[in-house]
Design a protein around this ligand. Structure first.
Ligand SMILES: Cc1ncc(COP(=O)(O)O)c(C=O)c1O
Length: 425
């Protein structure tokens, strides 16, 4: 480890700027699913969804370079890249989601979605899960009810428990779970009404990524959204992690539940590492928001960013990466199930496309979270050359979410390494 660089980083960025792993990595190069540290050692990247179509994909790099050496500015001029990209992007959504606004980050996209929902409904209340993370602006930090300071005092955000099918809450049963969690959403709606705030919307990541990729009971999303809409609120789907085919079969993770959102927010994979994010929404919402107040974002969706966004779509389509997410995803899930049969510490295996959550528990019956073991596995995997992370309310869910070009051969490396690390616990 480069201790000198670490100390210099502490001096200028502070010790609380997060770093992965006990021994932080100094990564200097990436190619496809591989990243290389300063000593030339290569690591299999099973964690990063930002380089969605692979690190430094040549088609994306070429598009970026070509546009950057031709012209770049902001979005206040006509430019084919901008219009063409948004046309192509919105065509991938349901007909009702026909307009977009571009931003630089997922946080900005969620901030815009909150403003739009509050402006449209005239209400203030937003409902989220109790383990949500939707970003870092002041209004969006209020949504992080588990750990963000702004969430402690806000009156305009209420949380319901992550709709988990693995841990059945007290008072619920396996076959009434969807109703149980929907009733929690209904309670939040009623509380906002008592507070005189009304409900502006429910904002969820439809694959519940930060919640530990929990599998929601079938029918829950429909029931929850119906309840919010009946009270005048909107459905905002945060696709910052689940979008662009991550979950396989569909382009957007909200499509799995079959409920069309009013607003969708996008980010991370959209620019393969370039800061490109945005909101896709009903045309009437975007038009009304624009009439209400001007929105301009200097860097968002500039000609270079849109060239990159277009190139990411090209690669996803030309390399058929959604199908790859389905086939390789199933292969990994089956092998994770086999590991679950072998190691009692694995309480639950969850997957959607190329996104996996492996929940570690110290006891199968009590489902006591094995958070320390999860931390050890993540660090040991890194030492053995495979990058993963952990997530969830107890940080006991191993999180694997590789670039979409991950193959069966890469999967074998991941699974053999995980097998060794679990054996060593
Ligand atoms: C679900 C979700 N939404 C929004 C964000 C915020 O995105 P950004 O860091 O680009 O602001 C994140 C970031 O981790 C996220 O996981």
């Amino acid at each position: 480890m480069n201790k000198q660089l670490l100390m210099r980083r502490y001096e200028v960025l502070g010790k609380s700027a997060p770093l992965f792993y006990d021994e932080p990595l100094e990564l200097v190069r990436g190619e496809g699913v591989w990243v290389y540290d300063a000593s030339g050692r290569r690591f299999l990247d099973t964690y990063n969804n930002v380089p969605h179509v692979g690190h430094c994909h040549p088609h994306v790099v070429a598009a970026l370079t070509a546009q950057a050496s031709t012209f770049n500015s902001h979005t206040r001029y006509l430019h084919e890249n901008i219009v063409g990209y948004v046309e192509r992007l919105t065509a991938k959504f349901a007909d009702s989601l026909s307009m977009a606004m571009l931003t630089c980050t997922g946080s900005e996209a969620n901030e815009l979605a909150l403003r739009m929902a509050r402006q449209h409904t005239g209400a203030q209340g937003i409902i989220v899960t109790s383990c949500a993370y939707h970003g870092n602006t002041e209004a969006v930090a209020e949504l992080g009810t588990a750990f963000m300071p702004e969430a402690r005092t806000t009156q305009r955000v209420l949380a319901f428990p992550p709709p988990c099918s693995y841990r059945i809450p007290v008072g619920a049963s396996a076959d009434s779970l969807a109703d149980f969690y929907a009733a929690e959403v209904a309670k939040a709606v009623a509380t906002f009404s008592q507070r005189g705030l009304g409900v502006a919307g429910i904002l969820i990541c439809p694959e519940f990524a930060n919640e530990g990729l929990v599998m929601e009971p079938p029918g829950f999303i429909e029931k929850a959204v119906d309840c919010v809409r009946a009270a005048g609120g909107l459905y905002i789907a945060d696709e910052v992690q689940g979008g662009f085919g991550r979950t396989g079969e569909h382009w957007w993770s909200h499509q799995h539940a079959g409920v069309i959102p009013d607003i969708v927010t996008l980010g991370k994979p959209m620019g393969n590492g370039h800061p490109l994010a945005g909101v896709v929404a009903r045309a009437d919402l975007i038009e009304a928001f624009g009439d209400w107040g001007m929105y301009f974002n200097t860097f968002a969706g500039n000609p270079v960013s849109c060239a990159v966004g277009n190139a990411v779509l090209d690669v996803l389509e030309q390399e058929d990466l959604l199908s790859n997410a389905v086939t390789v995803g199933h292969y990994i899930a089956e092998r994770l199930d086999a590991l679950q049969a072998k190691y009692s510490i694995i309480g639950d295996v969850r997957h959607k496309g190329l996104f996996f959550g492996v929940e570690l528990v110290s006891d199968q019956d009590s489902k006591q979270p094995a958070s320390v073991s999860a931390m050890r596995v993540v660090n040991e995997m890194c030492r053995k050359g495979v990058l993963i992370s952990r997530i969830g309310l107890h940080d006991n869910v191993l999180k694997m979410r590789p670039p979409m070009s991950f193959t069966h051969e890469h999967a074998d490396i991941l699974l053999e390494t995980l097998d060794h690390c679990l054996a060593d616990l």
